[in-house]
Design a protein around this ligand. Sequence first.
Ligand code: FE2
Length: 384
Amino acid sequence: MSLVSFSFPTPTLFGPGSVSELPARLKTLAIQRPLVVTDSGLVNTDAFRTLAKTLGESAQGSQWFLYSGVHPNPIENDVRESAAEFTRRSCDGVIAIGGGSPLDVGKAARLLVKRPGLAFAKFYDERDWSGLAPFIAIPTTAGTGSEVGRSSVITLDATRRKAVLFHPELLAKLVILDPKLTTGLPPKLTAATGADALTHCIESYTCPAFHPMCDGIALEGIRLIVDALPRAFRDGADLDARGRMLVAAAMGAVAFQKDLGVVHSLAHPLSTIGGLHHGLANALCLVAGMKFCAGRKPGLYRRVGIACGLDLVKGADPDADQATIQFIATFLADLGLNTRLREHGVKPEQLDALAAQAFDDPCHKTNAVPVTAADLRHLYESLL
Ligand SMILES: [Fe+2]
C-alpha cells in the first residue's frame, strides 16, 4: 500500500445567522482592513447586504473594501485586479463571498499580492506559498465546496483552458456556512449547484484511491443531498434544507481531495467551450458517466444506492448499479436537469474539440475505470 496523507483542517462555523460572528473572528485573525471579493450580481443580493451590514458601512468609517468584478468562470484578470485592489487599499485579509468563482479568485489573489510580477502560467512552478494573507470564505451557493478546497480554478488567457492552482496554503482560515445567505438562490441554480455537490460525492466515492475517511464523508454527503436538495429546490426559504445542502457541498469538496472522475472531465470543456454552468454540465453528464463506469466495474454504485435510501444490500451487482443509476436519473429529472447538450447550444461540430479537451483534463485519470479519447467522444455523442 502506498503512502497517503489525510487532512481535514478548515475551521468551519455553521448555522443560520452565523455570519454575525464575523467581526469577532476578524479580530481573532488580526484582520483590520479586509478586501471583500465577489461578483457584480451578488452585490445586489440580501446576502451581500447582510455581510455589508455586519462589517459596517464603509461610509461610516469602517475599514473594508470591495472588489466585485469576478466573472462567472473566473479569468486571470479577475485575480490580477483583486490583488491590485488589495495592495492599493493596504488590505490585510480577504473575505470572499458568493459561489465558487469569487471564492476561487479570493483564494488565488493572495499569491499575486505576495508576488505581483508572477506570471500566471508559472503558478505551477511557484515553490514559496508561505505568508499569504488570511482568507475567509462565505459561500452563498451549495455546490462547488470551494470554501474548504485547497485549489483555485482559473481560466488562463493564453489557452482559454481552466488551470487548477493547488496548494494547502490556499485553504481558508475560516469558513462560514450560513444558510440564511443562500435562501435567495433561484431554483435553477439551486438544482445545478446541488448537482455539482452530488457529482463530487459520487465521483470521489467511486474513484479507486484508498481513502476510507473521504469515502465515509462522500456517502453521508449523498444521503444529505438526496434528502435536502429537492426541498431546497421547492422552497428556497427552507433553512433546514439549505443548511444541510451547505454542509453536504463542503463534504463533497472535502471528499474530492481523494479525486474525481470522468464526469468532471466531460463537464469542464462544456464550460470553457460551451459556456455551460459547471453544475449543469455535471448534471447532464452524470448518468451517462455512471452507466459507462458500471458497465466496466459491476457493483460500483451499490453503496451509492444504499446512501440514496435504496434497499440494495443483497442482489446481483448489475441490478444494484441499474437501480442506483435509475434513481439518480429520476432525481435529476425531477430537478429539471435531464436536458440534452444541444438544448444548451452545444453543436455537433464542437464534439472533436470537446473530446480533445476532456482527454487533456486530469480528472478522468483517477476515474473508477480507464477512459480513452474515443470513450469521451462517444459519451458526448450520446448526450448531444
Ligand atoms: Fe465540480
